[in-house]
Ligand binder design. Structure first.
Ligand code: NAD
Length: 499
């Protein structure tokens, strides 16, 4: 067990500046209006840094600088850009522990996850897109005896990216790696709840990119996000966040007719078929682990398996074992490597989760465990903790239909395979899903029948860079990850030549 010191305290391996502006043109700059906002850590609730409050003037400045940088960045070869991306990955790996602790401090998630999952995955994204870029080929079509058509990949130009707070560095990386690989310059707006871990990262890797290629403007959605998404000189907007905000982003983008990628909310079903409980063996144990996965990252995951559907014939026993498993999830100081569930990312999020617990009770759902705020004592008393919660109810309840984005599971039963699929698909969303069965036939059929962009069978919460990720229905438009992302950040030029 290791307990990392809090940033700013003696022995800390990661320390933040007291104040950050934006990062534009390769340097930290003051916000145009000179205003800053406070950034508290969810671990104790105390402010640890201040961050620049961006406005349309800052966005204009960043877009302008990015276009100037694009002139030479677009001329770099794929091999040159791949070298830079690999260097970023190497530098992140050399500083893994510091970056992991910094992100934990700002977001409240357990350091065992930032160390072992979030940051290593982010590093792999840069490596993956460096490789994918080198493997990308254009094409030549023979039109007639004297004429050929060449197909070229060209970058879009300056692109805007807006991200949420649940995986601050990983969400940034999912967008930055393909955009930069494809030869674009970027203006990125982090979430106002977690702006500093990306700036912490920039201090480590910023010098590896030519000035102006990557720019970061902080601030709130309406004040900085909207001017970015509606900026007339942006050639694409990539957004991750709530479905309601996604609708606004599409409206902004329509003003300039630019492409959008939207990665939005979810209410993912996790289905347990009866053969799961045929034996209490290692497979059963794995399925139980899958049941408890809703609490991973404090439930602040767009694909959180927040609805568990259990076949009636095994319902009572499987659920009882599952609830016992949830009770064993170790909650504590996120800087302790033994901690499995940490703090919610913000006080607003904490309040939202607690309000959904009230909604669940009011609509008649039964609390099987949890259901309240957790006070961890000492200086963690001011932090934003809730106990992992399991509700039993039915799929028409709000806690089954609305995204809570917390460690709150809604459980119900089903009779037949067809009932399971109908209930799974009875949602506005279509982002993730889990299917648990020892039968390859059931896994395959259910996997194809569920309306979701990602279905995990006999596993959950794996996010490899080379597997396309994105939503059906109101969970989004477009995909992230996978080399197909390069196409989302490029135009195809067709040059038809007659000899
Ligand atoms: P949010 O929509 O409130 O905010 C996301 C970002 O959008 C923030 O940077 C915010 O400042 C900005 N924003 C807000 N209003 C804006 C506006 N009018 N114009 C431009 N920008 C604006 O979402 P959130 O609460 O930060 O994040 C949680 C949501 O993100 C959840 O719904 C979750 O499911 C979703 N999410 C989806 C994925 C995915 O890949 N599908 C991944 C992670 C999170």
């Amino acid at each position: 067990m290791t307990v990392y010191s809090q940033p700013g305290q003696p022995g800390a391996i990661a320390n933040y500046r007291d104040r950050y502006g934006h990062y534009i043109g390769g340097e930290f700059v003051e916000p145009a209006k000179g205003e800053y906002f406070e950034n508290p850590t969810p671990i104790t609730g105390k402010t640890f840094t201040e961050v620049g409050r961006g406005t349309s003037e800052d966005i204009d400045r960043a877009v302008d600088v990015a276009w100037k940088a694009f002139d030479s960045w677009k001329r770099t070869s794929p091999a040159e850009r791949a070298v830079i991306l690999n260097k970023i990955a190497d530098r992140m790996e050399q500083n893994l522990e510091q970056i992991a602790v910094a992100e934990t401090w700002e977001n409240g998630k357990p350091v065992r996850e930032t160390l072992n999952a979030d940051i290593p995955l982010a590093i792999d994204h840069f490596r993956y897109f460096a490789g994918a870029l080198r493997a990308q080929e254009g094409g030549i079509s023979q039109i007639d005896e004297n004429t050929v058509a060449y197909h070229f990949h060209e970058p879009l130009g300056v692109v805007g990216q807006i991200i949420p707070w649940n995986f601050p560095i990983l969400m940034a990386t999912w967008k930055l790696a393909p955009a930069l690989a494809a030869g674009n310059c970027v203006v990125l707006k982090p979430a106002e709840q977690t702006p500093a871990s990306i700036l912490f990262l920039i201090e480590i890797i910023g010098d590896l990119l030519p000035a102006g290629v990557l720019n970061i403007v902080n601030g709130f959605g309406i004040e900085a996000g909207a001017p970015l998404a509606s900026h007339p000189r942006i050639r694409k907007i990539a957004f991750t966040g709530e479905t309601t905000t996604g609708r606004l982003i599409m409206q902004y983008a329509s003003q300039n007719l630019i492409p959008v990628t939207l990665e939005l909310g979810g209410k993912s079903p996790n289905i347990f078929f009866e053969d799961v409980a045929r034996e209490k063996d290692s497979y059963y144990d794995k399925a139980q682990e899958g049941f408890a996965m809703f609490a991973l990252n404090q439930g602040e995951v767009c694909t959180c398996p927040s609805r568990a559907l259990i076949q009636r014939s095994i319902y009572d026993g499987f659920l009882a074992d599952g609830v016992e498993r949830v009770k064993r999830i170790k909650q504590g100081n996120p800087l302790d490597t033994d901690t499995m569930i940490g703090a919610q990312a913000s006080n607003d999020q904490l309040e939202k989760i607690l309000s959904y617990m009230d909604i669940g009770r009011a609509e008649g759902a039964k609390v099987l465990t949890g259901g309240e705020r957790a006070d961890l004592g000492g200086d963690l008393s001011g932090g934003y903790y809730v106990t992992p919660t399991v509700f039993e109810g039915n799929n028409s309840m709000r806690i089954f239909q609305e995204e809570i984005f917390g460690p709150v599971l809604a459980v119900t039963s089903f009779e037949t395979y067809d009932d399971a699929i109908a209930t799974a698909n009875d949602t506005l969303y279509g982002l993730g899903s889990g299917v648990w069965s020892r039968s390859a036939d059931i896994c395959y059929r259910a996997g194809r029948a569920i309306e979701a962009g990602r279905v995990w069978t006999n596993t959950y919460h794996q996010y490899p860079a080379h597997a396309a990720f994105g939503g059906y229905k109101q969970s989004g438009i477009g995909r992230e990850n996978h080399r197909m992302m390069l196409d989302h950040y490029q135009q195809t030029k067709n040059l038809l030549v007659s000899y």
